[in-house]
Design a protein around this ligand. Sequence first.
Ligand code: FES
Ligand code: FES
Length: 159
Amino acid sequence: MIISFVLDGEARTLEVDGGARAVDILRESCGVTAPKEGCGTGECGACTVLVDGVPRLSCLMLAAQLDGRAVITAQGLASDGPHPVQEALADLGGVQCGYCTPGIAVTAAEFLERHPDPTREEIREALSGNLCRCTGYHKIVDAVEDAAKRLGSGCGRDE
Ligand code: FES
Ligand code: FES
């Protein structure tokens, strides 16, 4: 089948098999490698992308489900320069191997749009579906908390 969707702000049309997974066509057919496949079973969140603004696990979606939708990956999040969440993750040590980072970035960015002044507990809850093997989460929560301040200030990172 032919699907058309907007990927990180760019219109895409491609032919996909009926059973093709979204994560595979994003990475292999579209060359957008920000969404990572970790578990492939909906457990780790590494494959998270925003579909019409909502975090979705692309390993559990069919490519066909992207038809007519707008998809934002961590690459698109950074299309005008790193998003404050991405900057904060890098600045505060929330990135080690980086495998979980794209999924965390899009999840946190969407969360902060809805909760601009979250508590640490709310941040932990929001990221509960995004597993990280490296950081122990403390620095990730620090980073999302800091990103809320950066977004609230409207002036980006402190130098
Ligand atoms: S790869 Fe999709 S949730 Fe783990
Ligand atoms: S930084 Fe390595 S899995 Fe999170």
